[in-house]
Ligand binder design. Structure first.
Ligand code: CP3
Length: 350
């Protein structure tokens, strides 16, 4: 850990800050010309596997935007490869997993002894941490077991998660074994990022919102809890994010995560209230508002800060990742608005 007193880390711990920290999911991505230039030379996976380049992409985005944290450039799906499931990205189609998991036998074949081969991500983290020193905290991340299991079973993105839920309901023992194997790999992989210098970890459960509360609690919560509890031993703040989670947030919080990510569909204040205002929250501007006028963007930024109500423990973010066509100048303006409005509010409260 290199920046324990930064605004971002202080907010994760619900300590007072001079202005609300802000970072943005997918802050390094196709909307940014610098990233597109790197992508002309390397595929997405090549960037991830070349620590110099991944670090450069991470640093460039964070510096250009003036955000309060740098999220390491990697991809959620990288652990699939070392578990024995190769994947590729098809233009316009998103990720494709060549041989999806469908049977108990498929689950048995998955490997958990090759997680060290993901060391390139820790190396990237180390380079970014070294570059920034105390100036900027670095966020490491991994997928949550449910969201990764859904990619493994569906073979890619999905609308109804039919095959995933079918395995959950009708091959429960195989499901539990799969989730357990994922937790083993992810716990090791994410903890390595902290050893390399990450100041915080975000666990992405992007698609968990397709589950009822009952199913989350029965089939997912024990494994998410196991992962979070193992990662707690690293000592860094843990952020747990999903989309469409208005009904799930209190159960997700029970995993022990320090910071709950909130998507844009749920008013931030209600989301926090559903957690009895315990712990920190992160969110939650609709990423599409970055396509609106700057007047609208400023008004909606102010509205979210008003919902946070000057309480300690708010980290500003989008409700999901930045979209590819987003105007960069609006992203920069958003970061300025968050700092300017929240600093004024903080000064008034003093
Ligand atoms: O946030 C950041 O700046 C860090 C980098 C990051 C990437 N992926 C790089 C990336 C992070 C945090 C992720 C996480 C990720 N990857 C998630 C969880 C976050 C979320 O959005 O809910 C998921 C579901 C994935 C899997 C994945 N990777 C998808 C569905 C796609 C889109 C495929 C497409 O063709 O649009 C990707 C590709 C991807 N990962 C891109 C980036 C910048 C864009 C594509 C590119 O450069 O080709």
């Amino acid at each position: 850990m290199s920046a324990p007193n930064s605004r971002f880390i202080r907010a994760c711990r619900c300590e007072p800050v001079d202005a609300t920290p802000v970072w943005l999911m997918r802050q390094a991505g196709r909307y940014m010309a610098e990233y597109r230039a790197v992508r002309k030379k390397y595929s997405l996976v090549e960037i991830c596997k070349t620590p110099d380049v991944a670090a450069e992409v991470t640093i460039t985005a964070a510096e250009k935007l003036g955000v309060d944290a740098a999220i390491i450039f990697a991809d959620l799906l990288l652990p699939l490869e070392v578990m024995g499931l190769p994947f590729r990205f098809e233009a316009g189609e998103g990720p494709v997993i060549e041989n999806p998991i469908r049977t108990a036998k498929d689950v048995d074949k998955l490997r958990t002894d090759r997680a060290t081969e993901l060391g390139y991500v820790s190396q990237s983290v180390g380079l970014v941490a070294k570059h920034f020193g105390e100036k900027m905290p670095v966020i490491g991340f991994c997928g949550a077991p449910f969201t990764l299991a859904s990619y493994m079973i569906e073979g890619g993105g999905s609308r109804n998660y039919l095959l995933t839920k079918k395995m959950m309901y009708s091959q429960t023992a195989a499901w539990q074994k799969l989730m357990g194997k994922l937790v083993d790999v992810l716990a090791f992989y994410a903890a390595e990022q902290v050893t390399a210098g990450a100041d915080a970890l975000q666990v992405f459960d992007s698609w968990v919102g397709c589950l009822s509360v009952e199913d989350y609690r029965q089939y997912v919560q024990p494994f998410a809890t196991d992962l979070i509890q193992r990662l707690k031993k690293t000592g860094v703040p843990l952020i747990y994010f999903g989309t469409d989670t208005a009904t799930l947030l209190p159960s997700m919080k029970q995993t022990g995560a320090d910071v709950m990510g909130v998507d844009w569909r749920f008013p931030l204040e209600q989301a926090w209230e559903s957690l009895d205002f315990q712990g920190a929250v992160q969110g939650n501007l609709d990423p599409v508002l970055l396509f609106a006028s700057q007047e609208e963007l400023r008004a909606r930024t102010r509205a979210i800060l008003r919902q946070a109500g000057g309480r300690n423990g708010h980290i500003f973010n989008l409700g999901h990742g930045i979209l590819p066509e987003t105007p960069v100048e609006n992203v920069q303006a958003l970061v300025e608005f968050v700092h300017e409005i929240s600093a004024k509010n903080a000064a008034k409260a003093r």
